[in-house]
Design a protein around this ligand. Sequence first.
Ligand SMILES: Nc1ncnc2c1ncn2[C@@H]1O[C@H](COP(=O)(O)OP(=O)(O)O)[C@@H](O)[C@H]1O
Ligand SMILES: [Mg+2]
Length: 221
Amino acid sequence: MLSVKNLTLAYTNEILKNISFDLRTSNLFALLGPNGSGKTTLLYAIYGIIPDEIECNVDGRISIFGKRPSEFKDKFFMFQDIENELIGPTVMDDVLINAKTEEDAVKALKEMAIYKLRNKDVFEISYGEKLRTLLSAAISSKAKLIILDEPTSSLDFSVAENLFKLLRKMSKERIIIVSTHDTYLAYKYATKVGIIKDRKILFGKELLKKAKQFGLRPLRI
Ligand SMILES: Nc1ncnc2c1ncn2[C@@H]1O[C@H](COP(=O)(O)OP(=O)(O)O)[C@@H](O)[C@H]1O
Ligand SMILES: [Mg+2]
């Protein structure tokens, strides 16, 4: 269980004010909000980069399976610029960096349907395949919390939809948080939706039907 309680995050100006919510295993939580609304800031705070590596005032409490973000280790963060996360040389090498065992790596690659790419140069596969490589790394590391910051921004629609299908499947055994601008995919696949509006988070999938009101792309079902 992940619990955010009375959380306020502020650089010089306040980004989020007094927000609270809970997530449990089997939640695929989609976080939406216009550019600059604070999605990445919240994700960093949950992951523990804030305030450890990035200066930001944190008030309130985040607890992940009973631990503070900095103490909780079974987690995986997928940054917006995934190219920087890949080391290579092969897909398999990248997964093995995080995998607990080689067997775990093979299992994860099969689950992500990229086992046949295992010996490929990780810099010569498509963006969607790179995402799956990192997800394989996340799964085989046995992370209980996986956070993805706008993974679909540079994906074709069908690749993005496949990613959300995978995330939904993966979320059965983990907590997954994904920030996105894609109202349709959030509506269709997320189990929980939060929209940042005026330093608060409003919850509920049905709110996506009024997406324009929150500065989001209109929902086309
Ligand atoms: N390290 C930082 N120091 C000061 N202000 C920041 C920092 N990082 C982001 N911000 C500001 O905080 C606000 C929220 O940013 P961010 O969390 O990146 O939003 P989003 O991910 O929703 O686009 C923006 O106005 C941004 O300029
Ligand atoms: Mg961001």
